[in-house]
Design a protein around this ligand. Structure first.
Ligand code: ADP
Length: 447
């Protein structure tokens, strides 16, 4: 096992990783920017190293500074968390060159699955259901037009190297497809340095269902079942739950097994998520593979009892996954509410600043993953998510009741948070029924 791990991240996920390391008796070194210098979570680290000023490009995204910190602190491994450098194959590669273990996939596995066209190829081979569309990158416009006519409009043009919802164009007819392919290629080249684009069927109404998987260095991979993350705004997940309500178990089981096979075929080590859209007939279509731990991993931990962060460290250190697939049973229902420092009544305007009042809920089935507390000043520099409320109960209904009870106890002020929005959503009859689609929240907010 590692002796010392550097955490190349901040906030709640840095704290989550430190806690996992402490339970594995690993020393932690946490890097921080000057914007985070007074953050209380840094006290949980054995050592902290300043890597630069607030702007991410000068600190959390600065590979040279992070590697220098790792060398000064003499760590064996780096955990990237999510966001920042987590999905950068070049970072994984540099770590390897510097003989520091990257806690996550190898640069090769990350490149295979991080590229949307490559990932689709691996997915087809592993019998993971994908969107119908062009097989690879578009070379001839006529070929794309032919494929679109076959699968039917609307279609979506996507960049192979795209990410963060960028580089996508929806086309509702042939004329639009003909004018947009070249534009999308130019845009993709400028934005991602790779002009490869492809076309696939565009699904109007869908749910977002994703599968948690994990692989080790011995050729093993298992899945930890699914999460439903359909409650979104601008492609940002707001609420996640596991398992996905109303989905036929036989169907999901097949998709889960294929997802595990997919990462196994890519020689993938670590935690990954295979994301899907699911249509009204419960057909699944793969969106992409996220090659890192996700914000919403705790709901999977709640229903399976598996510590995903700890296991990702163990497999990086060369240990075998300590479970067989049949050991992973779903127990109860879990819901996560992302607590963002935003004013949802003012178009989700960020609300950074000093937290004066902080009172957290507790009791059976409540978990709070946060770096916030009274006296903590939320810096304006980063993502607005300041924590997550995760509830677990025997049934979905009980989980919703418990979440509402917890949200009513939760007090954070005077900064604005999304707690009141979550309390409203827990009482929403459509959410209670289960199975809202990915545009539901935006429609609701418009009314
Ligand atoms: P990115 O890597 O940029 O996040 P994704 O492939 O994950 O790109 O797509 C981002 C979002 O765009 C999805 O969550 C979904 O809402 C929408 N989307 C992508 N592909 C399709 C599709 N084929 N049909 C309908 N919506 C899609």
């Amino acid at each position: 096992m590692f002796q010392r791990v550097l955490i190349a991240n901040r906030g709640e996920i840095a704290l989550r990783i430190m806690r996992a390391c402490q339970e594995l008796e690993i020393e932690t070194v946490c890097v921080y920017s000057t914007a985070d210098k007074d953050a209380p979570y840094l006290k949980n680290a054995d050592e902290k190293i300043c890597i630069g000023p607030g702007p991410s490009k000068d600190s959390y995204l600065n590979i040279a500074r992070i590697i220098s910190a790792a060398e000064i602190a003499d760590v064996d491994a780096i955990h990237p968390g999510y966001g920042f450098l987590a999905e950068r194959a070049d970072f994984s590669e540099i770590c390897r060159e510097c003989k520091i273990e990257f806690i996550g996939p190898s640069p090769e596995a990350m490149s295979k699955l991080g590229d949307k066209i490559e990932a689709k190829r691996y997915a087809r081979a592993a019998k993971v259901p994908v969107f119908p569309g062009t097989e690879g990158e578009i070379e001839e416009l006529d070929e794309a037009v032919e494929v679109a006519a076959e699968i039917g409009y609307p279609v979506i043009i996507k960049a192979s190297a795209g990410g963060g919802g960028r580089g996508m164009r929806i086309c509702r007819n042939e004329a639009s497809l003909r004018t947009n392919v070249a534009k999308a290629q130019q845009e993709a080249l400028a934005a991602f340095g790779n002009g490869g684009v492809f076309v696939e069927k565009f699904l109007e109404h869908a749910r977002h269902v994703e599968i948690q998987v994990i692989g080790d260095k011995h050729g093993n991979a298992i899945h930890l079942w699914e999460r439903d993350c359909s409650m979104q705004r601008r492609h940002q997940k707001i609420i996640e739950e596991a398992p996905a309500p109303g989905v036929e178990r036989k169907k999901i089981e097949r998709v889960c097994e294929a997802a595990a096979k997919l990462i196994k075929s890519a020689d993938y080590c670590g935690a990954a998520t295979v994301e899907f859209l699911m249509d009204g007939q419960q057909n699944f279509y793969m969106l992409e593979v996220n090659t890192r731990v996700q914000v919403e991993h705790p709901i999977t931990e709640a229903i399976t009892g598996v510590d995903i962060v700890k296991m990702s460290i163990q497999v990086a250190a060369g240990e075998k996954i300590p479970y067989k697939q049949k050991d992973i049973q779903v127990k109860g229902h879990a819901i996560e509410c992302r607590i963002n420092a935003e004013d949802h009544t003012k178009d989700f305007r960020p609300s950074a600043g000093l937290i004066e009042t902080y009172r957290a809920p507790g009791g059976l089935g409540i978990r709070i993953d946060t770096h916030a507390s009274a006296g903590y000043r939320v810096p304006p520099n980063y993502d607005s998510m300041i924590g997550k409320l995760i509830v677990h109960a025997q049934t979905r209904e009980a989980a919703i009741t418990r979440a509402l009870r917890a949200l009513n106890e939760f007090e954070i002020g005077p900064i604005k948070t999304t707690i009141p929005l979550h309390a409203q959503l827990m009482q929403n009859s459509d959410f209670k029924k289960g199975g809202v689609d990915i545009h539901y929240l935006e429609r609701l907010l418009k009314d």
